[in-house]
Design a protein around this ligand. Structure first.
Ligand SMILES: NC(=O)C1=CN([C@@H]2O[C@H](COP(=O)(O)OP(=O)(O)OC[C@H]3O[C@@H](n4cnc5c(N)ncnc54)[C@H](OP(=O)(O)O)[C@@H]3O)[C@@H](O)[C@H]2O)C=CC1
Ligand SMILES: N[C@@H](CC=O)C(=O)O
Ligand code: NA
Length: 440
C-alpha cells in the first residue's frame, strides 16, 4: 500500500513536489510508492500548474494533519503561523514531517525536534537550506564523522543575483533590486532576503547540524546588502576582491583549560579574494563550503531556490522516511530509542556564540575626507593606538571636493576596530565613513 502524504501548500514548492510525485518514471522506484492523499491550500479556485483531482484540495489544513490515513505531512505553506502549529499538531498525531520552512525551523527547532523525538517521528528539512543542493543530509551523514571547523556559503539566491548584476553592470542596489522583483527572484517585500535574515535562518540551521548543538537565532549576527554601493564593488574589484553576502559558522580554537566550544555564526557582506572558490558563484546560484578534519574542503554548488530544485529536496526527504518505514515494516511512530540516529535531530544543549566584538577578521573601510595635509597619517596613528594593523591605505580619488581613502586591515579584533572608527568619526577633516566591510 502506498505511503500517503498530506501536502500543505501548492505554490512554487508544493506544485514542484506534486509534479515529481505525479511523474515517477525514471526516478527511484520508491517514488512510485508515494501518493498524494490531500492538498491544503488557501484558495480552491486558483489555477494550478499541476493536474490534481479537485477533491484532493481542501482549505481545512487541520483536517490533513489529524487525518489517520496520512503518513507524512509536507509543510510548504511558509511563514511562521499557522505553519508552526500545523507542524506541531502533525507530530502530535504521529505524522512524520517534511518542511522547507527555514523561518520556522530556525526559530522553533527546539520545540519541534523535542516534540518529534517524544512522538517517535522524523522532521526532515533538506529543502529549508539551499533548496535543491543536498546540504542537510550530507551534514547529518557523510560529513558527520569529521570534526567540522567551518561552514561558509552563499545561501541566498536573491542577494547573490543582485550583487552579481551590480558587479557586472556597475549598477546601484535599488535599480537591480527592482529588476530582481520583476523577475520573481525577490519577494514583493524583499526584507528577509536583502537584510540577510533568510541567510541567518539558514546558517543557524547549518551551524546546529555542523557543531551538534542548538543555536539561538537572536545571537546570530546579521547584516544585509542594502548599504553596498557600486563604488565599493568597483574598489573591491581594483583590490582583487568580489563582494558576496557570506553566511559563516565556525568553531573558534579553544584555550586548553576551556571546555566550552565557542562558535561564530554570522551573515554579512564580505570581500572575497577573486581566487576563492565561492567568488565565482554568481547569479541566483548558491554554494556551501565545508571544512573538516580529515576530509578537508568540500564544496556543494547548485540552485538554492525555485520550484523544481526545492521540490527535489522535499521529495528526497519524503523518500528517506518511506525507506525507513519500509525497512522497519511499521508505519506507526517509532519509540524514541528506535529513531534512526543519522536522520533524527537529537541535540539538547545550546551552543555558545561569541559576541561580534571578539571576532577577529580583516576589514575594508572607505573614508571621505577633506583634502588636507596629515589626514592619512592621523588615520594610521589612531588605528595603531587601537592595535589595528593596516595592510594598505590608498587614496583612490575624489568625490566632489572630498578625497576618497580606502583602508584594508590585517586580522584585527572587531571591538578594537570599532573603537578606532568611533574616534576617527570625530576627526576634523573626516566627513564620512560610507562603508565598512569585512574581508576574508
Ligand atoms: N520558493 C522557493 O524557491 C523556496 C521556498 N522555500 C520555502 O518553501 C516554503 C513555501 O514557499 P513557496 O512555495 O515559494 O510559497 P508560495 O507562496 O508559492 O506557496 C504557498 C502555498 O501555501 C498555501 N498557503 C499559504 N498560507 C496558507 C494558509 N494559511 N492556509 C492554507 N494554505 C496556505 C498557498 O495557497 P494558495 O495557493 O491557495 O494561495 C500556496 O499554495 C516557504 O517556507 C519557503 O521559505 C524554500 C526554498 C526555496
Ligand atoms: N528567497 C530565497 C529562496 C529560498 O530559500 C533566496 O533568494 O535564496
Ligand atoms: Na538543500
Amino acid at each position: 500500500m502506498a505511503f500517503k502524504i498530506g501536502l500543505l501548500g501548492l505554490g512554487t514548492v508544493g506544485a514542484g513536489t506534486a509534479e515529481i510525485l505525479l511523474n515517477p518514471e525514471l526516478r527511484h522506484p520508491l517514488v512510485q510508492e508515494i501518493e498524494i492523499g490531500k492538498v491544503g491550500v488557501r484558495s480552491l479556485d486558483k489555477p494550478r500548474p499541476v493536474d490534481l483531482p479537485a477533491d484532493l484540495l481542501t482549505t481545512d489544513l487541520e483536517a490533513i494533519v489529524t487525518d489517520p490515513n496520512i503518513d507524512i505531512v509536507v509543510e510548504v505553506i511558509g511563514g511562521l503561523e499557522p505553519a508552526r502549529s500545523l507542524i506541531l499538531k502533525a507530530i502530535a498525531h504521529g505524522k512524520h514531517v517534511v518542511t522547507a520552512n527555514k523561518a520556522v525551523i530556525a526559530r522553533y527547532s527546539d520545540e519541534i525536534f523535542d516534540a518529534a523525538s517524544t512522538a517517535g517521528v522524523y522532521v526532515m528539512i533538506e529543502a529549508a537550506v539551499a533548496g535543491g543542493i543536498p546540504v542537510i543530509q550530507p551534514l547529518k551523514q557523510s560529513l558527520s564523522v569529521n570534526r567540522i571547523h567551518r561552514v561558509m556559503g552563499i545561501v541566498n539566491g536573491t542577494t547573490n543575483y543582485i550583487l552579481t548584476r551590480m558587479a557586472r553592470e556597475g549598477a546601484d542596489f535599488d535599480a537591480v533590486l527592482a529588476d530582481a522583483q520583476r523577475l520573481g527572484y525577490a519577494e514583493a517585500d524583499p526584507t528577509a532576503d536583502v537584510d540577510g535574515l533568510d541567510a541567518a535562518d539558514k546558517i543557524a540551521i547549518l551551524a546546529s547540524l555542523a557543531f551538534g548543538g542548538r543555536i539561538k537565532l537572536p545571537e546570530v549576527y546579521c547584516e544585509g546588502i542594502r548599504s553596498i554601493s557600486a563604488a565599493d564593488i568597483a574598489y573591491a574589484d581594483r583590490l582583487g576582491f568580489v563582494i558576496k553576502l557570506l553566511a559563516t559558522a565556525l568553531r573558534e580554537p579553544s584555550a586548553p583549560d576551556d571546555a566550552t566550544d565557542h562558535l561564530q555564526v554570522r551573515v554579512h557582506p564580505t570581500l572575497l579574494p577573486k581566487s576563492h572558490p565561492l567568488a565565482s558563484v554568481n547569479d541566483v546560484y548558491n554554494a556551501i563550503l565545508f571544512e573538516g578534519d580529515p576530509v578537508g574542503q568540500v564544496m556543494l554548488f547548485g540552485r538554492g531556490a525555485g520550484s523544481g530544485p526545492t521540490a527535489s529536496a522535499v521529495v528526497s526527504d519524503i523518500q528517506n522516511i518511506v525507506a525507513i518505514l519500509k525497512a522497519t515494516g511499521s508505519r506507526s511512530p517509532h519509540s524514541t530509542a528506535d529513531l534512526h540516529l543519522l536522520l533524527a535531530c537529537i541535540h539538547q544543549h545550546y551552543c555558545t556564540i561569541s559576541p561580534m566584538d571578539e571576532v577577529v577578521s580583516r576589514f575594508y573601510a572607505r573614508f571621505l575626507t577633506r583634502d588636507m595635509p596629515g589626514v592619512i597619517g592621523r588615520l594610521g596613528t589612531c588605528f595603531g593606538d587601537h592595535d589595528v594593523s593596516l595592510e594598505s591605505v590608498v587614496q583612490i580619488g575624489f568625490q566632489d571636493d572630498l578625497a576618497e581613502i580606502v583602508v584594508v586591515t590585517h586580522d584585527v579584533r572587531e571591538g578594537n576596530f570599532r573603537k578606532a572608527l568611533a574616534e576617527i568619526r570625530g576627526f576634523e577633516g573626516v566627513a564620512e565613513i560610507p562603508s565598512v566591510l569585512r574581508v576574508l
